[in-house]
Design a protein around this ligand. Structure first.
Ligand code: UDP
Length: 411
């Protein structure tokens, strides 16, 4: 395992977005938990929502004076192939659990567990299935509290894979899910808590950007800023349904010929399937020059993501399964209308017709895109409601407070 380097963020800087009461509670809990040492463990430092959250949450904890380490698991292609299969199967893909997968998974768990012999933490937070098996190597008896944080949509998991994972998560002192529907009724887990993922309003991705600057930035990628742009920002993953987005765009294009589509995606280091799916998406787009498909390999960093979210007429997140979908909160925070798939955590963020639209099919998605393109005042009302919902419920300081409450509770 490798320690991920992070900076420090001050909680006070977030005051403009917080209720004063929350800051007071953060101070009280920090005082109670003062000397506690905490580890966060996940599979990747870059790409995807978990890394995005840890890049803000860890510096905030450090800013409060906590000794917090972020550990990134060691892995190689064979491990990532297996854990990506786990991810897909836990989100419901059919297929039998293979002995070889179990063997590879356990091999890497054992390798990573070597680092733990030197650990001396009060709380260990394990993110997602990749490092879940590390619990078998816990030491320190009752002293260290182990928490499993599930970021994925486990509402209808492949049973064999869920049962395999369950062997581990049942051993944790507490578990965190994004929403109730993700916990199986027959799961006898200790201390289940619900915490939604969240965005950092002061990160480069989310700080306000002038529309003009955003337009200049997206124009560098071939976007014509005088014509409407719809964008989906996500990994190239079947559950994110980029192919469905292209189909919806094609339907819109027939009635609204000036529309353009951008698919902006990061290639996460623990997602080997991403490349195959990127090529499939490129094939589906064919020679339509109004479709722009770009990744971090084309110079997409947080600043460019911010620009696309700010400059677009509509943000799409047409997921078929979704743990949360930070890109929805990010879009709403920019004041851009969002159309999301009616799945998992997107349903927590989009209130139908109030903060955005929820869609289940390509046709519905196209219809809602047309509605918003044709009715800009409707879009304005929704974005006001959407931004306020994000401020109240989905900012990183809420997650910070919820983690502090959980640590305090476990003491
Ligand atoms: N993201 C990014 N660059 C990209 C695509 C995505 O920085 O080209 C970020 C996106 O802004 C969001 C995160 O990656 O912060 C994706 O989180 P989400 O919860 O939407 O999906 P996940 O990848 O975790 O399934």
């Amino acid at each position: 395992m490798e320690r991920v380097k992070t900076g420090i963020k001050k909680c006070q800087d977030y005051l403009p977005f917080m209720e004063g009461e929350s800051l007071r509670e953060i101070d009280i809990l920090t005082d109670k938990l003062k000397d506690k040492r905490i580890a966060m463990v996940n599979a990747t430092e870059y790409g995807g929502g978990v890394a995005e959250i840890l890049h803000s949450l860890v510096p905030l904890f450090k800013g409060l004076g906590f000794a917090m380490d972020w550990w990134k698991m060691f892995g190689e292609e064979e491990f990532y192939n297996v854990t990506k299969t786990f991810h897909n199967r836990l989100q419901g893909e059919a297929g039998p659990l293979k002995d070889k997968e179990v063997e590879t998974y356990l091999k890497y768990i054992k390798l990573n567990a070597r680092e733990m012999t030197r650990w001396d933490y009060d709380f260990v937070v394990i993110h997602d299935p990749q490092p879940a098996g590390l619990i078998d190597f816990r030491k320190g008896g009752e002293g260290t509290k182990w928490i499993w944080r599930c970021h994925i949509d486990t509402s209808e998991p492949n049973r064999e894979y869920w049962d395999f994972l369950y062997r581990f998560i049942i051993k944790y002192d507490a578990s965190i899910f994004t929403m109730r529907q993700f916990v199986k009724e027959d799961a006898h887990l200790k201390n289940i808590h619900y915490i939604t993922p969240s965005i950092d309003p002061l990160s480069e991705k989310n700080i306000p950007m002038e529309k003009e600057e955003a337009k200049r930035t997206v124009s560098r990628f071939g976007i014509n800023v005088n014509r409407p742009l719809i964008t989906q920002i996500s990994r190239f993953d079947p559950w994110k349904d980029p192919l469905g987005v292209i189909e919806a765009y094609k339907l819109v294009k027939k009635e609204f010929p000036s529309v353009q589509l951008a698919l902006v995606g990061s290639m996460a280091s623990d997602d080997p399937e991403g490349w195959d799916y990127l090529y499939r998406t490129l094939r589906r787009a064919g020679e339509d020059y109004d479709i722009t498909i770009i990744t971090n390999f084309n110079g997409i960093t947080s600043k460019e993501v911010n620009a696309f979210q700010t400059a677009s007429e509509i943000i799409i997140q047409k997921s078929l399964r979704e743990g949360f979908g930070l890109t929805v909160a990010e879009g709403l925070w920019k004041g851009t209308p969002v159309i999301g798939g009616k799945a998992g955590g997107i349903k927590l963020q989009i209130e139908e017709g109030v903060t955005g639209y929820l869609v289940e099919t390509v046709e519905e998605c196209a219809e809602k895109i047309l509605t918003l393109l044709r009715n800009t005042s409707l879009a304005e009302e929704m974005t006001r409601a959407g931004k306020e919902k994000v401020r109240k419920e989905f900012l990183i300081t809420s997650a910070l407070l919820n983690y502090l409450r959980l640590f305090n509770y476990l003491l």
